[in-house]
Ligand binder design. Structure first.
Ligand code: UD1
Ligand code: CA
Length: 453
């Protein structure tokens, strides 16, 4: 393969988004738009990615980090001007420059691969990716001569009525031979309705100079939809989501209802897992095989093993083992680690705690900052009192301990191996292993009390 670099235009503010966040950082499928574009460029074999930043430059650079190089376009004078900012950076490069826009997140690597392959095969100096849009409004129109040769691209605002009737549009994605691109850019000007340097003018300039200009039609116009508004953002989200669900289903995951299931791009799920309706699985989440997830659940940034059930529950930044049952109505908060065969259910909250193999917290409990061993049984209504208003302290519950219902464990405190705690106790001192801790008032019954009252 010949040399390929990608230049990604991402300096614009995205005025129509009405946002303080740069447009290209708005997320689709849980991933910033521009990240989708960078990922597609990687698949196409780009050796380097140069991102042109301007509005919110630090923010964009901070988000993308080391995966790209950055050049700054201080003033947004148009797409042609934006590409010119990369001229210095690319001056020693002798190959193909693929120009992409940061606001086309539906782009897939295979689409770019096809564009690059055809560009090289025909030996063009410029190849534009075009699409037949059901509604071409807002896009630049691709103008061809009678023989089908591309003559130029005309922007919506500069087009006459005959040109506006064309529905083959410029997707804003191109391959250029570097030398031809920067030479032609020298000859662009801003004598147009928007007073901008248009990258699109390069196509007309090269065609007029009889340099070989080519066009590749995209197979699916949705790949190249540009996002300019919140409405388009929502539409793109829907498309990306459907694609992700299709990918998971192809890999053996059952999705009960594709309309009410929201799964981010980076999520992986093993085969024979079933995702029930109204479920969100977000961020860097990994779920094993043969799990039952949902309904009505949200999982973020978590790792879940095989054969695990999580229903009517919310888990974030935690780790759940194999053969675990979570739910209904459980909140697993960050730094919770549930080992294999654990059971947590019915209105239980767990935070920053380890729960050992086979332990059970079945009802109405708060377990925070706790190290729990194996085969522990936590009675209904147990609370770890981990916060004294100033400091957080840990509770240790060793293997096989049995905590009676409605217990307060006032941390720091340890319940030893195989120990018991009587129901209703407020435990402030360690309970040695194999012993019984009782900390409650004795019951007294007053005979005939009701009659005297
Ligand atoms: C552009 C194309 C249009 C095409 C459409 C496809 C031009 C003149 N027009 O129009 O033919 O149909 O994309 O989506 O190229 N940008 C900069 N610096 C600037 C201006 C823009 O970096 O000075 C970036 C934006 O951040 C954005 C991309 O370039 O990521 C496209 O800019 P935008 O203003 O959205 O162009 P369109 O009007 O959509
Ligand atoms: Ca656009």
């Amino acid at each position: 393969m010949s040399d390929l670099l990608a230049v990604i235009l991402a300096a614009g503010k995205g005025t129509r988004m009405k946002s303080t966040l740069p447009k290209v950082l708005h997320k689709i499928g849980g991933k910033p738009m521009v990240q989708h574009v960078l990922d597609a460029a990687d698949v196409a074999g780009a050796k380097k990615k140069v991102v042109v930043v301007g509005f919110g430059a630090e923010c964009v650079e901070g988000t993308l980090g080391k995966q790209a190089e950055f050049v700054v376009q201080a003033e947004q004078l148009g797409t042609g001007h934006a590409v010119m900012q990369a001229a210095e950076f690319l001056k020693d490069f002798d190959g193909t420059v693929m120009v992409l826009c940061g606001d086309t997140p539906l782009l897939r690597g295979k689409t770019l691969e096809k564009l690059f392959t055809e560009h090289k095969a025909v030996g063009a100096s410029a190849t534009v990716l075009t699409a037949h849009m059901p509604n071409p409004t807002g896009y630049g129109r691709v103008i061809r001569d009678a023989s089908g040769q591309v003559l130029k691209i005309v922007e919506q605002k500069d087009a006459n009525s005959r040109e506006l009737a064309v529905n083959e549009v410029n997707t804003g994605i191109y391959c250029f031979e570097r030398a031809a691109l920067f030479e032609a850019l020298q000859n662009t000007n801003c004598n147009n309705m928007q007073g901008e340097y248009y990258l699109t003018d390069v196509i007309g300039i090269l065609a007029t100079a009889h340099s070989k200009v080519w066009a590749v039609k995209v197979d699916d116009y949705q790949d190249t939809l540009g996002i300019n508004s919140r409405m388009q953002l929502a539409e793109a989200e829907k498309i990306v989501r459907k694609r992700k669900l299709a990918e998971l289903m192809d890999a053996g995951v059952t999705i009960m209802d594709i309309d009410s299931t929201f799964i981010d791009q980076e999520v992986t799920i093993g085969p024979d897992s079933i995702v029930y309706p109204f479920t969100w699985i977000e961020g860097n989440t990994t779920i094993g095989g043969n799990c039952q997830i949902g309904p009505n659940s949200r999982i973020q940034e978590s790792i879940i093993g095989d054969n695990t059930t999580l229903h009517f529950s919310y888990a974030h930044e935690c780790k759940v083992g194999n053969d675990v049952i979570v739910g209904p109505y459980v909140h697993l908060r960050p730094k919770t680690v549930l080992a294999d065969k654990v059971k947590v259910g019915n209105f239980v909250e767990v935070k920053n705690s380890q729960v050992g193999i086979g332990s059970k917290i079945p009802h109405l409990s708060y377990i925070g900052d706790t190290d729990m061993g194996e085969k522990v049984n936590i009675g209904s209504g147990t609370i770890t009192v981990n916060y004294d208003g100033k400091n957080k302290s840990r509770t240790i519950i060793e293997d096989g301990a049995f905590i009676g219902c409605n217990t307060n464990l006032v941390a720091p405190v340890t319940v030893g191996k195989g120990a018991y705690v009587a129901a209703g106790s407020t435990i402030t001192k360690n309970v040695p292993s194999e012993s019984l801790g009782v900390a409650r008032a004795r019951q007294s019954n007053i005979d005939g009390w009701a009659a005297k009252k």
